[in-house]
Design a protein around this ligand. Structure first.
Ligand code: DGL
Length: 271
């Protein structure tokens, strides 16, 4: 039955688990198959061509798991490869950019939105282009924060080094007076406490994972693909490499422990 197939979710690594956490809370009965390309992370510093190639391979792996919808839980891939994915695979595909851009546009009052993300997401102006389509009168200020990914992976969610680096990255947003800040990378919600403390409580943080989870729900409704199960959904996890501290990190990103993670051979992605 089409409805009882799992939802596929992938990211360059572990960050997409923050999106899985949101999908599970919105759609608790859905089964999820997650793939994290932990052998080739980070994607955020790679060229668009490489990110597109990797994104297509990651999606192909999940298609073999017989998924009914695909969530691109990586802002970097969503920024550059969403059209290629949609052209190649004939199931509903949900990226991170449009839902996050919509949510931020609805939230801002002073029409000044800040966006933080990887170098790739920011240099492609993924969010600002989308926000400008939604409302051309909104001013968007973007900044790459590449050190946030290793800080999140180190679990330094309340460390003084994180405060110092966040202060450096975010001070211009305070000066500019944004009232909304998009966390345009799936790692960043892990650091949201520090980020909120730096920019102040009046700035609304947009977790694009929440926005994307809402879009997944809308897409399943639209195509009548909601699971009819009465029990909780299952999650299975695949990675291309098992990094040190993986289980600990998975708990931090997902908010619960993972019992089993299966490692796949990277060559199987390129076949
Ligand atoms: N998860 C990626 C994103 O949301 C960031 C990590 C990376 O650079 O691969 O853009």
């Amino acid at each position: 039955m089409e409805k009882e197939k799992p939802i596929g979710v992938f990211d360059s690594g572990i960050g997409g688990l923050t999106v899985v956490k949101r999908i599970v809370s919105y759609l608790p009965r859905e089964d999820i198959v997650y793939f994290g390309d932990t052998a080739r992370v980070p994607y955020g510093s790679k060229s668009n061509d490489t990110v597109i190639e990797y994104g297509l391979q990651d999606a192909k792996f999940l298609m073999h798991k017989n998924i009914k919808a695909l969530v691109v839980a990586c802002n970097t891939v969503s920024s550059v490869a969403l059209n290629s994915l949609k052209n190649n695979f004939d199931i509903p595909i949900i990226g991170m950019i449009e839902p996050g851009a919509k949510m931020a546009s609805l939230e801002t009052i002073n029409k000044r939105i800040g966006v933080i993300g990887t170098r790739s997401t920011i240099s492609n102006q993924a969010y600002s282009k989308k926000i400008k389509i939604i409302d051309p009168t909104i001013h968007v200020f973007e900044r790459a924060c590449p050190l946030f990914v290793p800080l999140a992976e180190e679990g330094w969610i309340n460390h003084k080094a994180t405060y110092e680096i966040a202060g450096e990255y975010l001070k211009e947003f305070i000066k500019i007076g944004v009232d909304t800040l998009v966390l345009g990378c799936t790692h960043y919600p892990i650091l949201s406490e520090v980020i909120q403390n730096i920019v102040g409580k009046d700035v609304k943080l947009i977790d694009s994972g929440i926005a994307a989870a809402e879009s997944v729900k809308e897409e399943l409704d639209r195509y009548n693909l909601n699971s009819n199960k009465s029990s909780q959904g299952n999650q299975s996890f695949y990675v291309s490499d098992i990094p040190m501290k993986f289980k600990e990190l998975a708990e931090l990103f997902l908010g619960k422990s993972i019992s089993e993670v299966q490692k796949i051979e990277i060559e199987s992605l390129t076949r």
